[in-house]
Design a protein around this ligand. Sequence first.
Ligand code: ADP
Length: 393
Amino acid sequence: MKIVSINAGSSSLKFSLFEMKEEEVIATGLFERIGMDGSCYQIKYNGQVIQEEVELLSHTEAVKVLLDKLIVLEIIHSMDEIKGVGHRIVHGVDRYQDSVLINDKILHDLEDIKSFAPLHNPGAIMGIKAFKEVLPDVVSVGVFDTAFHQTMKEETFLYGVPYRWYQDYGVRKYGFHGTSHKYIALTMKDLLKKDNFKLISCHIGNGGSICAIDNMKCVDTSMGFTPLAGIMMGTRSGDVDPSIIPYVMEKEGKNASEIIDDLNKNSGVLGLSEYSNDLRDLVDACNEGNERAILTKNKYVRRIVDYIAQYYVLLNGADVIAFTAGVGENNIVIRREICEKLSCLGVKIDLDKNQTRGEIQKISTDDSSIAVYVIPANEELMIARETLKFMNR
Ligand code: ADP
């Protein structure tokens, strides 16, 4: 049975077509600049890459072109082969503890909560509506980045701010990357052949978050009310003292949203290094002796170690630390430096095994107190699995 995973933004639509339950990737691709000049698509299948500029005035047109191309390229024979579409939705506030079958009532509800993720949820809604229009009878499932974190206790998700901000406005920690952290927990369950373990999952890509997981449930996570909180990221600051905001507003004559924009887009590794947001470039610059790059790398590693240490105490120990996403899967230097700073907890990695990129690998030594793994992220597959659950009901 064929299922499509969709990650739609305001002007983009990323897809992966799976054969399920086999979990086989049939095709992947990206539609970009939807509604703008120069719109284009790329489809990868069978070792081939097809790309073309094509006018895409809306998400619906992108979906039509996608399905048409899948048929023309003989990836599918007819649209009827697609039985389910799973949509990544960044924010589900505290209304969605799990994935959901999308109907008109849910769509209305998603419109209602879109102000919680104004940069992300509207794109997902456009993607959902586009598929509903083109494939009205196909099962449509929403998979939320926040859902996995709904098991956090009140004392964890509340901020030390007036309680009525939570009651009246929903101000609390929600956490993100939940689909990825859940996938890591499930993969570790398969590898360890048990589910009663304590896991610190480190999703470190351009965005990044750390998650404390006990018995397959999220206990705490580093992102907060928005994905700006937590560790330092490629361009996001992570946690800062909020009083910085009015101070810099006055210094630079900017408004609050302009400063938040700076904290999202011009901070983190990019802002501190004034060099690059890409950890590959940063490590290269460190090797060339660039002092600011070294400072930035040290700060980046430090923030991740801070959270791992915090969660080690919260979980009352840990069985596994797992690294995933662009940096976690590929950056040998960053992984080594993080693990070296955890040596006081008895973490030891095998430097040869750590020379790995993009594949499942245990990188800790046999006498390490905590097992350390590299696990490639696969949110697309997780979305397809969640969608499949509804097909079987
Ligand atoms: P996003 O959060 O946007 O999905 P990614 O997970 O792709 O981001 O992570 C981007 C980061 O991953 C960059 O800092 C980049 O250095 C790193 N990265 C990606 N691929 C590689 C690679 N092959 N080798 C080293 N680093 C990589």
